[in-house]
Design a protein around this ligand. Structure first.
Ligand code: PLP
Length: 468
């Protein structure tokens, strides 16, 4: 690790322990009065390609792209750093109504990858992009339907963000607990998960995908189609369990949206920009969305940027009535005016194209799934392996026949064992009884066969030790 020693960083660790409030963390582990029971917060100091180094100089291969499906092109990309540097020295920020050179050029490049889509609205986080989508739907309801067609349908197990409105559309109850009350007008529909369809009353053996989509139609009819403005879904559910859709599901979802004049909002915050081996997850399923939101992989975490992208038809609804003083989208995001984001995003996209990373993602994703399936022959604890490109999950069960979810403690032990041995993997959200049992893998799209084998070998070794 260049120029860093453990001693150099002891003050950093103390400062972190004293003053940083970590995301998703119980801090007792860092602050125990009994010092022997206390651990240091982990600080990642440096990264290169697929690898990171922590404050102790420990090297790990990162199988989760910065922990949360983000660093799609890997660490240490000098060309992105240079693109951002050049841009911010020339013009770093101008907010409000004005545009920027990288903002215009990235929008053009992005839309060239999204046939049927037309307009890019810039923001900073996935949550924020989704909120923009919800606000667009609400405003259309007011402009076109006297406010009535304002409800947004969201799906059990899907996640759309950490703000109160996106949590109102949050299908992961454990995340929402203690944060209510939530915004009205968000209505939950059942999930679609082939592996766990036995938990859904009436789920058929055949054509489950179509049946699951029909469950959405039932909710629409119950609520009244004239009250529903949009359906917001993840193309492949991420934190809810890396859930890939079964055949027939998306075709039927699209039909239902058309039939009831409901906008289809696809949350590509995780899948977007290459993760599944195509530019956008929805493109795997032949869907034509009205709103697409994206964040994490847009600039691979080199700068904060998110986008809410719409069709020209959606955009048109905001310029059709010039007699109305409220006719435009009255929304702003201060840091949507930062040029670092689109400058980084342009270079990020160039790298994916020039290094043919979409093709690599498909090949490496297949290898990872095959390796995990091979492990499942040895370890009955692997109940299901699911994936699309380099977006892969392995669901752990304590009983393969009943599909009883593995306990959080044992799933955590597998994750911790991998971590200890230099392979950072993830697991679905903690503290959800019965739903925290999927190991998550989302390595950078640059992964090689050796990287994939190193990751899955570590998982095999961890399973061997934990379930010895
Ligand atoms: N949508 C999905 C599918 C996500 O997984 C996430 C975050 O993990 C978000 C939205 C929220 O993104 P952010 O944390 O950038 O607000």
């Amino acid at each position: 690790m260049d120029g860093m020693t453990t001693n150099d960083l002891s003050h950093v660790v103390d400062a972190d322990r004293a003053h940083v409030w970590h995301h998703l963390s119980q801090h007792q582990q860092y602050m125990n009065a009994d010092k022997s029971a206390q651990i240091d917060p982990r600080i990642i100091v440096e990264g290169k390609g697929m690898r990171v180094w922590d404050q102790h100089g420990k090297e790990s291969i990162d199988a989760v792209s910065g922990g949360v499906w983000t660093v799609n092109v890997g660490y240490g990309r000098e060309s992105i750093a240079n693109a951002v540097r050049d841009q911010i020295l020339k013009m770093n920020f101008f907010g409000g109504t004005v545009g920027s050179i990288p903002g215009a050029l990235f929008a053009e490049k992005l839309i060239s990858k999204m046939p049927g889509m037309s307009r890019v609205y810039y923001a900073n986080s996935g949550s924020e992009a989704n909120e923009k989508g919800f606000k667009i739907v609400r405003q259309i309801a007011h402009k076109r339907y006297g406010g009535k067609k304002h409800k947004v349908l969201y799906r059990d197990r899907d996640y759309h963000g950490s703000t109160l409105a996106t949590m109102s559309a949050g299908g992961q109850d454990e995340r929402n607990a203690q944060y209510g009350p939530f915004a009205p007008g968000f209505i939950r529909v059942p999930h679609c998960m082939e592996y766990r369809k036995h938990e859904q009353d009436g789920a058929p053996d055949e054509n489950y995908g179509v049946w699951a989509a029909d469950q959405i139609e039932e909710v629409i009819l119950r609520e009244g189609a004239d009250t529903i403005g949009a359906l917001c879904l993840e193309p492949v559910t991420a934190g809810g369990g890396v859930i890939t859709p079964p055949d027939g599901y998306w075709e039927r979802v699209q039909e239902i949206c058309k039939k009831y004049d409901i906008l289809l909002h696809i949350d590509e915050v995780v899948c977007g920009v290459g993760r599944t081996g195509v530019w956008f997850g929805y493109q795997n399923y032949g869907i034509k969305p009205d709103i697409v939101t994206m964040a994490k992989g847009v600039a691979s975490g080199y700068a904060a940027i998110s986008c809410c992208v719409t069709t020209e038809e959606v955009f048109d609804m905001f310029k059709d009535d010039s007699s109305d003083p409220l006719n435009y989208f009255r929304d702003i995001s201060t840091f949507g005016g930062c040029t670092a984001g689109p400058a980084a995003a342009i270079e990020n996209m160039r790298i994916i194209e020039d290094e043919d990373l979409l093709a690599n993602t498909l090949v490496m994703g297949d290898r990872m799934v095959a390796n995990l399936q091979a492990l499942s022959e040895k370890f009955p604890q692997i109940g299901d392996v699911r994936g699309k490109g380099l977006f892969v999950g392995a669901e752990l069960v304590s009983d393969r026949a009943t599909k009883e979810p593995m306990s959080e403690q044992l799933v955590g032990a597998v994750v911790a064992d991998c971590n200890k041995n230099g392979v950072i993997i993830g697991a679905t959200n903690r503290s959800v009884p019965g739903k925290n049992n999927t190991l998550c893998f989302s390595p950078a799209l640059i992964a090689t066969t050796d990287d994939i084998d190193e990751i899955t070998d570590a998982v095999g070794a961890a399973l061997g030790r934990v379930f010895a």
